[in-house]
Design a protein around this ligand. Structure first.
Ligand code: LLP
Length: 419
């Protein structure tokens, strides 16, 4: 079931702090992050798998790269799945040592490969081209390969990554030849990796993918290569709707680890959850600026739009919304919750029953922790919003809202245009 929140005197409480006070103190829109929930989610997923076999969590930081969030996960003992040199350096800044980071890039430049290699970060190679280029840059490097398992899953076609013909990974027919070549090139070959996609809710595709991987592990062993780990990627979905079921983590963990233990000598499993760890730990609070009855539709116009949270506009994703200052109050009518961006695709929620809105009300958008802030933009020249961390009723600003002046900081106007 989707996570719900406590109500005190008609107001939504987030980690012991009132949503109304948070907006008064820190402004709107604001991402509010519940520290304890991140820790709980991390421990849940790590615990579910490590009961059965040695498991390392490599948090997929693309979901949320805020330094305070990374610090929390560093303290928990997590590793990192990073996709870019920017993510690698951000995680180093947050205190992760290079040996806790794995880099899985796609279509990366030689310059970036060299930077990552020089930092001593393990590289999960996505293509034969990347392998040949890395062999010239860092021949003895610790590597694994991302393979295309031919199995895909996800909440939208835009985030399915494992199907045959995908842009990602070594195509199945080339996997064995590629491992043989990597051995000849002198790489330290550590593992095998696949990622089927993001936000899928069923266990089966993970099992289908794992069968492909364990078969490959045994074929690779015949080449004289003993792999240390299997990395099954991320992609574990979470409920975005109140009554939606959660994926059965225990079933997933027991079946996956059983396959590995029964069919291979592999002793370590790596998992790369992003969404699972941060998604329901963050709520986006946005103030109602405007209320409109357009005849066929009623609108609640907020100060957060697809510049702040792009998932509804981009993937048609469902995010549950509630009126944080009239929490639990009777709903009177259906509304579209929309933002300040000048496009009709700018919406947060369609056709939701909510209490009667007035200007100044506060809408809470649930499940905003994964791919929320990290995908936000400056479109319509709107500065990025702030972030707050709440723990035990205490709130701390972890990201200042950007200023309008900062939008111009990297721009230059050629002198001749100034006349
Ligand atoms: N590992 C790899 C190699 C990945 O490409 C991804 C996500 C993950 C792990 C983490 O997946 P997760 O556990 O978070 O599902 N922006 C989209 C999601 C894109 C995910 C891309 N790759 C969204 O808002 O739903």
């Amino acid at each position: 079931m989707m996570r719900d929140f406590e109500c005190k005197n008609g107001v939504m409480m987030i980690a012991g702090k009132s949503a109304v006070e948070l907006v008064e103190e820190f402004g709107s829109p604001i991402y509010v992050c519940d520290e304890a929930r991140i820790r709980e989610n991390y421990r849940n997923i790590h615990g579910a798998f490590s009961r059965y076999m040695d498991t390392k969590i490599h948090y997929a930081c693309k979901a949320n790269t805020s330094l305070a969030v990374l610090r929390i996960l560093e303290q928990e003992g997590s590793g990192i799945d990073a996709v870019s040199i920017g993510e690698v350096k951000t995680c180093l800044k947050a205190g992760f040592t290079p040996d806790r980071i794995m880099y899985t890039g796609v279509n990366v430049s030689d310059k970036e490969l060299k930077e990552v290699a020089d930092l001593g970060v393990m590289i999960n190679i996505d293509s034969i081209s990347e392998m040949e280029r890395l062999a010239k840059i860092s021949p003895q490097h610790e590597i694994s390969f991302r393979i295309t398992p031919g199995v895909g899953s996800g909440h939208s076609d835009k985030v399915i990554t494992g199907s045959k013909g995908a842009k990602f990974g070594i195509p199945l027919r080339e996997v064995i030849g590629t491992y043989a070549r990597a051995k000849d090139l002198g790489f330290k070959i550590k593992g095998i990796h696949a990622h089927i996609g993001s936000g899928g809710q069923s266990v089966e595709p993970f099992l289908d993918m794992m069968q492909v991987i364990v078969d490959l592990v045994n074929e690779i062993k015949e080449l004289g290569i003993d792999l240390e780990f299997i990395d099954m990627g991320g992609g574990i979905g979470v409920p975005y709707k109140p009554q939606e079921d959660e994926m059965d983590l225990n079933e997933l963990a027991s079946e996956i680890t059983d396959m590995i233990e029964q069919q291979t000598d592999i002793k370590t499993l790596i998992l790369e959850p992003g969404r699972y760890i941060v998604c329901d730990a963050v709520v986006l609070l946005t103030k109602v600026n405007d209320v409109k009855d357009a005849g066929t539709k009623k609108y609640i116009g907020c100060d957060a739009g697809f510049n702040t949270l792009i998932r509804p506009a981009f993937y048609d994703s469902f995010h549950y919304v509630a009126m944080a200052n009239k929490f639990g109050k009777a709903c009177v009518s259906r509304y579209d919750v929309v933002g300040p961006i000048c496009e009709s695709g700018d919406y947060m929620a369609h056709d939701r029953v909510l209490p009667e809105p007035v200007e100044g009300d506060i809408i809470a958008v649930y499940n905003a922790g994964a791919y929320g802030f990290s995908m936000s933009s400056n479109y319509n020249s709107r500065p990025l919003c702030g972030e707050v961390l709440v723990n035990d009723g205490k709130a701390e600003l972890i990201r200042e809202p950007e200023t309008i002046e900062e939008l111009w900081r990297h721009q230059r106007i050629p002198e001749r245009l100034m006349k």
